[in-house]
Write a protein that binds this ligand. Structure first.
Ligand code: NDP
Length: 377
């Protein structure tokens, strides 16, 4: 309690004892959709560090990683992040709460969180790191540097469609790809997989920064991506997509949201010896650590990425892996772009809190056209 300031009364229930439980969707083991369980008795999140805030979740966005994590994907790396000294027993992550995107209202602030940054009642959005308890719950605790003021012009439902894909796109395009608002004009960017969450966000950010954007997607997604400002669309369902792509002028950056065999041809679409980069979001990093353990998995990952980077460097192009990284400061910039009308939320379907299993199934089926969002409160 000494870590917390603010109006404590908000967190007291009618019997005047501190709230210790909350409604949430949890899993108690990894598996298919039937492991999801609704409970009114999930542990209320506690502020453990003075830079943390408790947020009441109004809406939660889902991502493919929620479906993967439900099945145990990334469990080894997440266990290491949660418990670096490996003190806890295996399975101590349960009951686990999924949900990486959230929009809500700050209920409580740690002592180091000054009103200049956040205070109770602020409307905020955040992408929740996969090693933390997620947003399919009424409350969540986060570090203040993971949180950002939500764009004023978006509802909570719309806001919950943005942070995880935005933070991923920022990490891949800005931190790894070296793009920013001042160097994008006239750059030619190719996005493989333009119609899902990362694609629909990345298109808008790159167009706002003046880039020329080509995407691949299914024919029935062309209208959606054109509406977001794309310059050129290639239908990947019409035949081997690399054939029409090879006929185009070469690119300064390829963002790969698809993976599979794309690596065998996508680097050949880059301008050689110009600093052009291929950044893929589909990497074996978490699979390696799940399969081989942390030490061997990281070693294998390092060897794989280094050998591929060297191989392609000799051909004059850069090969990189992109990773989600929590980034409240990037969300501040994105919030401004949203409020300036440069980026909009692309919500494909909205579900109620009682429909979380249906929402997960929707994401699992694939063929996303933007984002799936759950209204929490
Ligand atoms: P979504 O499920 O929201 O979107 C995927 C989109 O790709 C769908 O619109 C799908 O539509 C389309 N698609 C499928 N196959 C192809 C293809 N061969 N060519 C072009 N488009 C295709 O996923 P996200 O946008 O959220 O994520 C994209 C990828 O990035 C996922 O694999 C995800 O796991 C990964 N990712 C990795 C992160 C990291 O930290 N490394 C972080 C976030 C995401 P349709 O099938 O109808 O064509």
């Amino acid at each position: 309690k000494t870590l917390v300031h603010g109006d404590q009364r908000r967190l007291f229930n009618t019997s005047n004892s501190r709230m210790t439980i909350m409604p949430a969707w949890v899993i108690d083991r990894y598996g298919s959709n039937d492991v999801l369980r609704f409970t009114k008795n999930a542990s209320f999140p506690i502020i453990n560090y003075p830079n943390e805030v408790v947020v009441q979740v109004h809406a939660a966005g889902l991502n493919p990683i929620d479906v993967s994590m439900r099945g145990g994907y990334g469990a080894a790396t997440m266990a290491m992040k949660r418990d670096p000294l490996n003190i806890k027993q295996s399975g101590s992550e349960f009951p686990l709460i999924l949900g990486r995107d959230m929009s809500g209202v700050i209920m409580e602030c740690g002592l180091d969180v000054t009103p200049a940054y956040f205070k109770e009642g602020d409307e905020v959005w955040a992408a929740i790191p996969p090693w933390k308890q997620g947003s399919l719950a009424e409350f969540v605790v986060l570090s203040a540097n993971e949180v950002s003021k939500k764009p004023k012009c978006l509802s909570h439902i719309e806001a919950a469609a943005v942070p995880y894909v935005a933070a991923t796109a920022w990490s891949a395009l800005v931190n790894t790809g070296g793009l920013n608002k001042d160097n994008c004009a006239k750059k030619r960017i190719l996005i493989l997989g333009g119609s899902g969450g990362v694609g629909t966000f990345s298109i808008q950010m790159l167009k706002a920064w003046g880039a020329h954007v080509t995407v691949t997607c299914s024919q029935n997604a062309e209208r959606l991506v054109r509406g977001l400002g794309v310059d050129h669309v290639v239908d990947y369902t019409a035949g081997p997509v690399e054939v029409p792509l090879r006929a185009l002028e070469k690119f300064d950056l390829v963002l790969d949201n698809v993976g599979g065999d794309t690596e065998s041809w996508a680097l050949g679409l880059l301008k050689p010896w110009c600093g052009a980069k291929y950044v893929t979001l589909v990497t074996p990093f978490l699979c390696n650590t799940d399969r081989l353990g942390i030490a061997d998995g990281m070693l294998q990952t390092g060897v794989t990425v280094a050998s591929k980077a060297l191989k392609h460097l000799s051909k004059g192009v850069h090969y990189r892996w992109g990773m989600f990284a929590p980034n409240g400061l990037a969300l501040d910039d994105i919030s401004e772009m949203v409020d300036a009308g440069k980026i909009r939320a692309v919500v494909e379907e909205e579900f109620t809190f009682s429909q979380v299993p249906q929402a997960m199934l929707k994401v699992e089926k694939g063929h996303a056209r933007g984002k799936t969002v759950v209204k929490i409160s």
